[in-house]
Write a protein that binds this ligand. Structure first.
Ligand SMILES: Cc1cc2nc3c(=O)[nH]c(=O)nc-3n(C[C@H](O)[C@H](O)[C@H](O)COP(=O)(O)OP(=O)(O)OC[C@H]3O[C@@H](n4cnc5c(N)ncnc54)[C@H](O)[C@@H]3O)c2cc1C
Length: 440
């Protein structure tokens, strides 16, 4: 059964969210840099966000990504997609609604793989939005190829010693704890020989070399840590899951995380689109508003089509996740949504910049940040090329090669194959392709 309608009761919730995000949360984008949303030491921002978070809780919409048993609404991915496309309009909205990455994914893996003590210590405050967390896998010498990872944890009595370096560990500077991937068995492939550790950020030996920022940010605002682990002593209770589980754990997290980014991208791209529509109907050149220029109309039309196609694809992906309840069965769709997120966001931000003229490239609009964010979407959680490979492999796996000299869509061969089936009909008069007589 196909249905594109939203139940009235849920529609009401979406309408409430949409108005709340526009009126109460989007203004925060004009007051604070986006990564500050994780800065638990920013008293001004925390004081503004606390009552907003309370209103979200009162509305029963806190942590809407979570299943009911973890305190969320248990809405499922399709409804979450409809909610996330609203929350994606502002970088602050996911924090106010308790659905901010990477904490959401980190909570998911703690819920799946954490022991009771780990859940008590980390999961509960994370779900309540009281602390921030960090997922640290990428290393300075390579992110897209885990085979080059060298951070190492070695057994030491009843614990472990962690050594090595990590790179671009988002929000580590504000995080209560880091989830760190380290090699524990170098004799086997990293996919079987890496383990995940929960490392409290204040542990002796955790060194912040520096915090890298995004292109426009001043060094003091960088949120992506270059970390060094200098003989960090960890207990057995700091191991998440079993030794060798790191990739199984990472996949649990990344599948959901990628599609949630895609859902939010719909929202931010739509916000850029709205800004374009307002501007081109307000700005006059050569005696008419920009919106009357056909080349401007083409930009508006193309972006609208890109966003709407993308949105339908993301909604279908979410629907499949709910339907099959197994990320592996939807991996092609999730990979495609990840690749499209970058393309759509870059396209939306680029057009917004261009159609706003000099104002568009200036630091008085947010479009430059959004453009860079679009490019970041093509890197975070793996570069687009790696996901294109997934899409292609899944597609190629659906079609067998042929041993024939000519492809199966070759017209002479096709005519030959069906000629026998329609022998009687083809004897009747009628125009037909000449290949039938000549097919050898
Ligand atoms: C905003 C942001 C936040 C991030 N947050 C985190 C975080 O919290 N924790 C964490 O661990 N990491 C994080 N990362 C790191 C991210 O996972 C890596 O950037 C990503 O995996 C790519 O690794 P790399 O940067 O080392 O690029 P490289 O591996 O050096 O790749 C560079 C380029 O080479 C090409 N390439 C790479 N592999 C292939 C291939 N197989 N086929 C074809 N071309 C290829 C692509 O063009 C790619 O962009 C974040 C990144 C960004 C941008």
């Amino acid at each position: 059964m196909w249905n594109f309608e939203t139940e009235p009761a849920f529609r009401d919730r979406l309408d409430w969210m949409a108005a709340f995000v526009r009126e109460e949360i989007e203004p925060l984008d004009y007051l604070f840099p986006k990564d500050e949303t994780y800065n638990v030491d920013n008293e001004a921002l925390m004081a503004i966000m606390a009552p907003l978070k309370a209103r979200v809780r009162d509305a029963g919409l806190w942590a809407c990504h979570l299943p009911a048993e973890l305190g969320g609404g248990g809405w499922g991915q399709l409804k979450l997609a409809l909610m996330n496309e609203i929350l994606g309009r502002s970088f602050f909205a996911p924090t106010v609604f308790g659905t901010a990455a990477p904490d959401t994914g980190n909570a998911e893996i703690l819920a799946h793989f954490g022991n009771p003590a780990q859940k008590e210590r980390y999961l509960k405050p994370l779900l309540d939005g009281d602390i921030v967390s960090c997922f640290s896998m990428t290393e300075p010498q390579g992110g897209a190829d885990p085979k080059v990872f060298t951070a190492r944890a070695v057994r030491d009595g009843d614990g472990w010693i962690l050594q090595g370096a990590k790179w671009f560990a988002s929000n580590a500077r504000w995080a209560e704890f880091l989830i760190v991937m380290a090699v524990t068995d170098p004799e086997v492939s990293i996919y079987k020989g890496a383990s995940m550790f929960l490392v409290p950020t204040q542990t002796a030996g955790v060194e912040f070399v520096r915090n890298a920022g995004m292109a426009f940010e001043q060094p003091e605002h960088g949120a992506h840590a270059y970390l060094r682990f200098n003989d960090v002593r960890l207990g057995n209770g700091d191991l998440l899951g079993n030794p060798g589980d790191a990739f199984r754990i990472a996949q649990t997290r990344l599948g959901g995380g990628r599609v949630h980014h895609a859902m939010r991208t719909v929202g931010l791209a739509r916000r850029a689109f709205e800004a374009i529509c307002e501007r081109v109907q307000s700005r006059t050149t050569q005696g008419e508003v920009l919106a009357h220029k056909q080349m401007v109309q083409a930009e508006v039309a193309d972006l609208w089509m890109e966003i709407e196609q993308f949105r339908l694809f993301v909604l279908q992906t979410a629907w499949k996740i709910d339907r099959f309840n197994d990320y592996k069965l939807v991996r092609q769709d999730i990979a495609a949504a990840k690749v499209l997120s970058e393309r759509v966001m870059v396209s939306a931000a680029r057009r917004a910049i261009h159609l706003h003229g000099a104002l568009g490239v200036s630091n008085e609009m947010l479009f430059g940040e959004w453009l860079l964010w679009g490019y970041a979407l093509g890197l975070a959680d793996g570069p687009s090329e790696v996901h294109q490979i997934t899409v292609a492999k899944e597609a190629l796996g659906q079609v067998a090669p042929t041993d024939e000299l000519f492809p199966s869509a070759h017209v002479p061969g096709g005519a030959r194959r069906v000629a026998e089936r329609y022998r009687r009909e083809l004897a009747l008069p009628g125009h037909r392709r000449g290949w039938l007589d000549r097919a050898g």
